[in-house]
Design a protein. Structure first.
Length: 186
């Protein structure tokens, strides 16, 4: 077999196309074995096989018998390193790629923390309504609401800050909430 490979190699180096085809045919099991050992990906099998043929054809041109190596060993190492380097390649995948059996696209799994444009518009509209409603409160009601909800103060702390009774703060807050509800719901 080695003599036959040597003969086919010599003819291939001289440009004999039939010899190259025969050599590729004889080395097909080596290519398949290299794919299975170093980079097995059934989805890319045909592409990997074609790459293997290209490696063999380049090896025919690059092989130098004066360097003391055997052609089969030379080709085997070329194939090995080529397929091992395939692991380093970056593969782009589409966000529209179907995954799983339920026909779900990859993009559907990506969580988006940003609100949608519609949600942003609704939030802006609600914020505008809230500002208008707060502006419709009396100064004392506004102070109580801001202190309670924004500054996170307790009813007792608000009473001390404003110098009013606990019950007055509760009543002022309740009236302010009623006004806000009526203004916002309009």
């Amino acid at each position: 077999m080695y003599k036959e490979i040597g003969r086919l190699l010599a003819l291939s180096k001289e440009g004999d196309t039939k010899a190259k085809i025969e050599l590729l045919s004889r080395l097909n099991p080596l290519i398949i074995s290299s794919i299975r050992h170093y980079y097995y990906n059934p989805h890319l099998y045909e592409d990997l096989l074609q790459e293997g043929y290209e490696i063999v054809l380049r090896s025919i041109e690059e092989y130098d018998s004066t360097k003391g190596s055997y052609f089969l060993g030379f080709v085997k190492l070329k194939l090995k390193y080529h397929y091992l380097n395939k692991h380093k390649e970056k593969h782009a995948i589409s966000l529209n790629q179907i995954i799983g059996n339920d026909e779900m696209e990859l993009i559907e799994l990506i969580k988006d923390d940003e609100p949608s444009p519609l949600d942003k518009a609704i939030q802006n509209e609600e914020l505008t309504k809230l500002k208008q409603a707060i502006n419709s409160l009396t100064p004392r009601q506004r102070e109580v609401v801001i202190a309670y909800y924004i500054e996170d103060m307790s009813i007792g702390e608000i009473g001390e800050k404003l110098g009013i009774a606990y019950r007055t703060v509760v009543n002022t807050k309740a009236r302010a909430i009623d006004v806000l509800k009526k203004t916002i719901v309009k």
